[in-house]
Design a protein. Structure first.
Length: 173
């Protein structure tokens, strides 16, 4: 099979990032990468263009890192409140998934986090408070507090009684 060297102009999953020089099949380059503007062939003129692509990539990576740090700092302060359907015993019908958390973040705080960046260590199948780990960038990780509440009135009454008991116990200490 014929191979050709290309300079990537955009990030491509499984192949590389912007300004990387990769060896790919000639047909893949000719039929997919070049027509879509995702890569350019390696020539003497394009090698000069490679420096501009590297500068653009560095600026983009610095911006992504700083945005991820700012988002991590703000998310540490937030408490995401999710209201879900439960049975009378306080157990959820199903569980809270990363997709649910991403949608609620978008809805409540207008913050977009990809569901693939949300990591749940323990399954969320009941009401209560949970710490969720977020991988916002390769070097930036954050935690988000998620409070799961029930929409079932029976469970809400039980929660209120329990929180009252906790407050009384704390005040008597």
């Amino acid at each position: 099979m014929a191979k050709t060297e290309v300079i990537l102009t955009h990030k491509i999953e499984g192949l590389g990032s912007e300004s990387d020089v990769q060896t790919v099949a000639a047909g893949y380059a000719r039929n997919y990468l070049f027509p879509r503007g995702l890569a350019i062939p390696v020539t003497s003129g394009n090698k000069r263009r490679l420096e501009a692509l590297k500068k653009r990539r560095k600026v983009r990576e610095v911006n992504e890192f700083s945005n991820a740090e700012e988002l991590a700092a703000s998310l540490k302060k937030m408490i995401l409140i999710m209201e879900v359907k439960t049975g009378d015993d306080g157990k959820l019908f199903g569980s809270v998934t990363p997709q649910n958390i991403a949608e609620e973040l978008e809805h409540q705080y207008d913050v977009h986090v990809d569901r693939k960046r949300i990591h749940i260590n323990e399954r969320i199948r009941g009401v209560g408070d949970y710490d969720i780990e977020l991988h916002l960038h390769a070097r930036v990780h954050s935690n988000l507090k998620v409070r799961v509440k029930s929409t079932n009135p029976v469970v809400i009454e039980k929660q209120e009684k329990e929180s009252l008991k906790e407050k009384q116990a704390a005040s008597s200490d």
